[in-house]
Every structure is written in C-alpha cells, then in structure tokens.
Design a protein around this ligand. Structure first.
Ligand code: PMP
Length: 353
C-alpha cells in the first residue's frame, strides 16, 4: 500500500476472482464459464463492430436495449445494460444504500456484495443461511434494509421459490430488493415478471454464464422506470460508455440467436444431473443445484485436499476457505467429456487418498 492510498479504503479487502494459472493446460471448472463458444452470430457482429473502433460506442445502447426489451417482454426504459452484472450490482449499492438503508445479504453468497458495501462505505449485515444452506425468507421480512439475494444462490446452487422472493419484496416496500439472477437460466424461476407489480424490485442478470460471453463483460438490470433512471444517473456519473462497441454488437447477435443459448442451457443441465449422480455414487453429498455448477463435499476427504489433488491432475475447481463451507468445492459444469474426466480423476484420487 502506498502512503497515498485513501484512508477511507485502507481496510478494504478486494474480491478474489477464480484463479487463472498459466503454468499448465487445465480443465477449467472454477469460474462458472460456459464450456461452449459464443453464438456464431455474436462473433460475426463483434468482428464487424471492430471495424469502427475509432468511434465511441452509443452511450444509450439503443439497439441492444430494444432487442433485450423485446426478448424479456418489458419496456426499453425498464432495462439498463452494464459492464458485466458486477457493474449493475455496484451501481445498486451506490444508488440504493446509505446509513439509513444499510445492505443485507446472506452470510454465504456472492463474495462481491461485501466488497461493494465496503468500497461504498455502506453498513451491512450478513444473515446466516439455514444449516442446509437454504435461505429462510422469514429472516428478510420487513427488515428495513436494502436486500441483495442471489437466486439461485452461489456457491450453494440452491434456488428460492418465487413465492418466497415475493414475500421478501412485498414486506420491504420502502427498500430496494435486488435479486441477482446470474444463474437463473439453468433451472431457476425469474422474478422479472414481478417488476411491474413492485417498484422496489431490481433483477440483475448476465451474459457471462448461459450466453457464453464472460469475456465480453455484459450484464443488465430490470426494474421499474424510476429505479432504472436512478441507475442511469450513476452510470452517467461514472462511465457513460460502459459497454464497448464490440460487446454491444455481440450482445445483439447473441439475443438474435436465443435458440443457441437455450440449447446450451439444456445440455448443461443434463450434464449437471449426470455429474451429480456420479459424484453421489462416489460418496459425495451434493446440494440441489439450479445453476451451471455443483456444490459438493466428500464424506471422508476434506474440500481443500480434493481441490489440491484435482489441481495436481490438471482440473481446477473452486474452493472457499470460509469455515462453514470449507469441506465443499464448487464445480462448474463443463462438457460431458470434461465431466467424465472429472469423475474418473476423482475415482483415482479416492483410491489413492
Ligand atoms: N452474481 C453472481 C452470483 C456471480 O456468481 C457472478 C459471477 N462471478 C456475478 C454476479 C457477476 O458476473 P458478471 O459480472 O460476469 O456478470
């Protein structure tokens, strides 16, 4: 730390992204990327957009907003596209939290929520999950805080029924409830259909998982017009050109090729069920995942040991040090072939350890 670093930020603990080692070719099952390439249309559109990189991108992102609105069945003014969904989440912390509206989120959830609260000097509380890692909606009823819930949750993979989400949103009418649906396309129920009913609901989604575009950095928020207007105030006060031209074009191509996304999601869900069954046969306990990853612990061998043994053998999964979940690993669903290799490698590890 330099002697110039702001005293306000000295205790900030940054988010740690999944490792990207360059020493080896790994089967990468640690950052919940799609195993499938982006849609051909997305690639073509991005390549065309590259020819005009001397120009700034459209700050209003008009064409992409229109096609997204159509795709989601909402109006253009109810969406805001951002640089990954991390950006809209950060915008939401900036826009809707303060000393009178502290943030609340589960103790086991997306690690960035805590960092966004800290960097924006927002007080926050973490609400414990139940022992089975489910969220108890009653813990969030009328709590008078700005609530952030990943649904399905990460890294547990478990989804909360929409009726529970609605209970949380309707019982906190004077606070914004943000539902982070980064993984919703893999079997969860989206809350987007509730945005016309509740003016305090913001739903966020991403192109990074189901739409195979993590490298492009594209996410979005959906909510009533006034919430989106507030988020636009933040956007135009930080980075009006938050979506670059190639990403914008790729996003349009991707939405035009929605069937491709749906086909990939179906494939990933089938591979997830196959992998979960195989892991159970090997003595793993696996949570009921509605995402593109599994959260699993072995009855005999610890999570860190399994993580390290897999890494030695060329497979990366994600291990978290946090005490409550230290026995577990989060395993991204890759292709069927990659998951078969994972199972075979795990069998060998269990024989040897
Ligand atoms: N929410 C959750 C729950 C996530 O796991 C992630 C991915 N790390 C994000 C949001 C952010 O993803 P992105 O910025 O790539 O859209």
């Amino acid at each position: 730390m330099s002697r110039f670093f702001s005293s306000k930020l000295k205790s900030l603990v940054p988010y740690t992204p999944g490792e990207q080692p360059k020493d080896n070719e790994y089967i990468k099952l640690n950052t919940n990327e799609s195993p499938y390439p982006p849609s051909e249309k997305a690639i073509q559109y991005a390549a065309n957009a590259a020819k005009k990189l001397q120009l700034y991108p459209d700050p209003e992102c008009s064409e992409l907003h229109s096609i997204m609105a159509q795709n989601l069945g909402v109006s253009k003014n109810q969406i805001l596209m951002t640089n990954g969904s991390d950006e809209i989440l950060n915008f939401a912390f900036m826009a809707f939290c303060d000393d009178d509206h502290p943030a609340a989120f589960p103790d086991i959830s997306y690690g960035f929520y805590k960092v966004f609260a800290q960097i924006n000097n927002i007080p926050y509380c973490q609400i414990p999950l139940r022992d089975d890692f489910t969220i108890n909606a009653d813990d969030y009823v009328g709590i008078n805080k700005t609530i952030f819930i990943a649904n399905p949750n990460a890294p547990t993979g478990i989804a909360l029924p929409l009726s529970h989400i609605e209970k949380i949103v309707s019982s906190n009418p004077d606070n914004v409830v943000v539902i982070d649906e980064a993984y919703v396309d893999f079997g969860g129920m989206s809350a987007v259909k509730l945005i016309n009913k509740y003016d305090n609901l913001l739903v966020t989604q991403t192109f990074s998982k189901s739409r195979s575009m993590a490298g492009a950095r594209l996410g979005f928020g959906i909510g009533c017009e006034s919430l989106i207007a507030d988020l636009n105030t933040i956007k135009y006060s930080t980075n009006p050109y938050n979506i670059n031209s190639m990403t914008m074009a790729a996003g349009i191509g991707c939405v035009m090729d929605d069937e491709y996304t749906k086909k990939n999601c179906a494939e990933i869900m089938a591979t997830r069920e196959f992998t979960a069954e195989e892991l159970k046969k090997l003595g793993f306990e696996v949570t009921d995942s509605c995402t593109n990853f599994l959260f699993a612990r072995h009855q005999r061998i610890g999570g860190e040991k399994i993580y390290a043994e897999l890494k030695k053998r060329g497979i990366l999964v994600r291990h978290f040090d946090k005490e409550k979940i230290a026995d577990y690993n989060r395993i991204t669903i890759g292709t069927k072939e990659q998951m078969t290799t994972l199972i075979d490698t795990t069998k060998k590890i269990l024989e040897e350890c």
